[in-house]
Each structure stands twice: as C-alpha cells, then as structure tokens.
Design a binder for this molecule. Structure first.
Ligand code: MN
Length: 155
C-alpha cells in the first residue's frame, strides 16, 4: 500500500508539472520537410485531408521550428489557420505582424499577400485548411528576408 501511495504521488507531481505553459503537446506527427524553395528554415508538413469529391480544400499540420517561415504568398480562395501549438507570427503585406499562439484562428482572405511561421525563439504548429480555385491553392512569391523577419519579431 505504501508503495502504491508513493507511485500515486509521483504521478500527481508529473501531472502538475504539465501546467507549465511551455510544455508542448503533440497532436499530429511532424511529417516531412517542406521545400526550401518556398520556406525559410525548417518547416514540416503532415497531410491530413486531401481534396476529394466533397471537399474543395486540403488540410495539413505544418510545424515551423524557431525562425522558420513561409515565403510571401497568396491563396486564390483564401486559407484558414488553426494554431495548435507554440507561438508564431502572421503578417499581411503593408501591415504590422501579429503574434499567433495555440488556440488562435486566422481567416486569410483571397489574394491577400502574407506569410506565416514560427517566431525567432519559439516553434509554432498550425493546421492549414486551404481552398482550391481550379487546381491552384497558392501562388508563391519572394522569401521573407531576414530584415523583414527581424522587424516582424519586434512587434
Ligand atoms: Mn498562407
């Protein structure tokens, strides 16, 4: 009985340490590395839902390690981001960057130039739900320069 109580106490202690806000809870696998052609730093994609006869979108879990981000880009029919872990940044061209964190939802309109990614010191994981227009989901543009990224991290 004493042994059981000790085990129970250890378990409780372990659970309590989970209240630390920096503890990360992985929901989906990290997936495979994304192309350096369209991403800076280390970003990964785990596909979740492919376009099919009912769904004119695809969905995937994207993991950005600290410093990683998309290129600037647009979506012809918009995109929804559901942040499921960490803290990162979202920025529309000509506007201040926004801090996005676990639990945030970003509804990106069609044809708005933007980027998303981790912050310099924190990773970020989001589900991306991206609509199709004909066969196009995204138009890739220039990389987010180190200067643009540094400036975005100061907001
Ligand atoms: Mn996007």
């Amino acid at each position: 009985m004493k042994k059981l109580i000790i085990i129970f106490t250890v378990l409780l202690t372990a659970c309590n340490s989970n209240t630390n806000t920096m503890i990360s809870t992985k929901i989906f696998p990290k997936g495979e590395p994304l192309s350096k052609d369209w991403f800076t730093g280390n970003a990964f994609l785990e596909p979740l839902i492919a376009r099919d006869k009912n769904n004119e979108f695809s969905a995937g879990s994207v993991t950005f390690e600290p410093g990683a981000r998309t290129n600037w880009h647009t979506h012809p029919k918009g995109q929804v981001l559901l942040v499921i872990d960490g803290q990162g940044l979202y920025q529309e061209k000509g506007k201040a960057s926004q801090l996005i964190k676990k639990g945030d939802v970003v509804n990106i309109p069609e044809d708005v130039e933007h980027w998303h990614g981790a912050a310099a010191e924190t990773k970020m994981v989001h589900i991306a739900i991206t609509n199709f227009k004909d066969d196009t989901q995204v138009t890739w543009l220039n990389p987010v320069t180190d200067e643009e990224y540094k400036s975005a991290n100061k907001n």
